[in-house]
Design a protein around this ligand. Structure first.
Ligand code: GLV
Ligand code: MN
Ligand code: MN
Length: 406
């Protein structure tokens, strides 16, 4: 029996309501440890409580809603996605997975069904990495894989991850779920690409997630007067940065399957009549093949050094994330595929070019993912949109998945 369409509409409505909770006027931006994340946790926590869950925020700032199972020895199934966003985000990347999971719990309750195992719905506090240029801070804390060295990374105001995490009380180690009996993690997410739309499918089963590296290149030259320093004697950091940005684009175009992006760049001190003395570029490189990604990153690092050497610019390089490609768990994926078949829809399988919390959780437990078609494949953009009818199908599949595991 398909979930009633009103539930899917409520999920979509709540995603849009949550999208009003932002750090920035007029656009959606929620970063790790910011006031908007705290307000988002409050709002989503209220919806969790309404669905009958016990609610807490863990030591890494993740929101956790829990329904106990009828058999205390049966362990816990993890569901969810992230509640942080990119800058000027859409409403569905992340929140759809959290709100759909809450709705599934509410649906079980409405039917007075209890599962043998406990269900935890997680709203992860950092998947996008907007604030610190690294990512999966929330899910890595849960997986118990947060490297303590990372706590010293600072945001643009000099606040470190360690300082942010300290505000949650117990230190990130306390968020780890290592050693618990876990049945797996299942994440529902918008596809963020055009495959499902192209195939006329509401949902798809994820096979694997591409690996990703994030790095930051800093170019240190010499600032000076824009009117008096001769062109031949300048050490303009922004010019080195510009060469690097085009080298990144060329690398991505040259290698099939590779995507490479400079999404954030800055030239300092940032005045029209001052030669930029320093500049920085973020780098995001992805490929389904880890060796190909590593080779591309190494080549770009060498290229940045060569650009700097030719211009008398000192280049420093910091790798902020290196996440390998991740395969989905075969057993969980089989249950998901069976739930798709139970729903009477054709099975579509696809790989994910985008990263997800499932990457981090794969080091803790088996992971599976269900994608939902999104309009035009658009994401990381305010125009992101889903059809409630597709969400209804996804709820039906997730509900079927839970009942199969039971
Ligand atoms: C997360 O959305 C990512 O893939 O960057
Ligand atoms: Mn995203
Ligand atoms: Mn996402």
């Amino acid at each position: 029996m398909p979930a009633d369409p009103g539930r899917a509409e409520q999920v979509v409505r709540r995603c849009r309501e949550l999208a009003l909770v932002s750090e920035e006027e007029g656009r959606l931006t929620r970063w790790f440890g910011g006031p908007a994340m705290a307000r988002a946790n409050e709002l989503v926590g209220r919806w969790m409580a309404e669905a009958g869950m016990g609610v807490r925020v863990d030591a890494a700032g993740n929101l956790v809603g829990r329904v106990p199972g009828s058999d205390p020895r049966a362990g816990t199934l993890l569901l969810g996605s992230h509640l942080d966003t990119v800058r000027d985000a859409g409403a569905f990347d992340g929140p759809l997975g959290v709100l759909a999971a809450i709705e599934c719990v509410a649906l079980l309750r409405a039917r007075e069904l209890s599962l043998p195992f406990a269900v935890d719905v997680l709203g992860f506090a950092d998947e996008e990495g907007l604030r610190f240029g690294t990512t999966y801070l929330g899910s890595r804390a849960v997986a118990g894989t947060l490297d303590p060295a990372i706590l010293d990374l600072a945001d643009e105001h000099g606040v470190t991850i360690g300082e942010v995490v300290a505000a949650f009380g117990a230190g990130p180690g306390a968020a780890s779920r290592r050693g618990e009996r876990l049945l797996g993690y299942c994440e529902l997410h918008i596809e963020q690409g055009p495959v499902l739309e192209g195939q006329g499918a509401s949902v798809g089963i994820v096979t694997a997630i591409a690996g990703a590296t994030r790095a930051e290149a800093r170019f240190a030259g010499h600032a000076g007067h824009a009117g008096t320093v001769p062109m031949a004697s300048r050490r303009d950091a922004a010019c080195a940065l510009a060469e690097f940005v085009l080298a990144v684009e060329a690398a991505g175009r040259a290698e099939p399957g590779l995507v490479a992006t400079v999404g954030r760049l800055a030239a300092l001190p940032g005045a029209p009549n001052v030669i930029p003395g320093s500049a920085l570029a973020s780098l995001d490189v992805r490929h389904a093949d880890d060796a190909a990604r590593d080779a591309a990153v190494d080549a770009l690092r060498d290229r940045a050094a060569a650009i700097g050497a030719a211009r008398g610019i000192e280049v420093t390089w910091e790798t902020r994330l290196a996440a390998p490609a991740v395969a989905m768990d075969p057993a969980l994926t089989r249950e998901l595929a069976a739930a798709v078949a139970d729903s009477g829809i054709a099975e579509v399988r696809l790989a994910s070019g985008a990263g997800h919390d499932a990457v981090a959780l794969s080091e803790l437990t088996g992971v599976a993912m269900l994608f939902v078609r999104c309009a035009g494949g658009i994401s990381h953009h305010p125009a992101e949109s889903v059809d409630a009818a597709d969400v209804a199908v996804a709820l039906d599949v997730l509900d079927g998945f839970l009942r199969r595991l039971a």
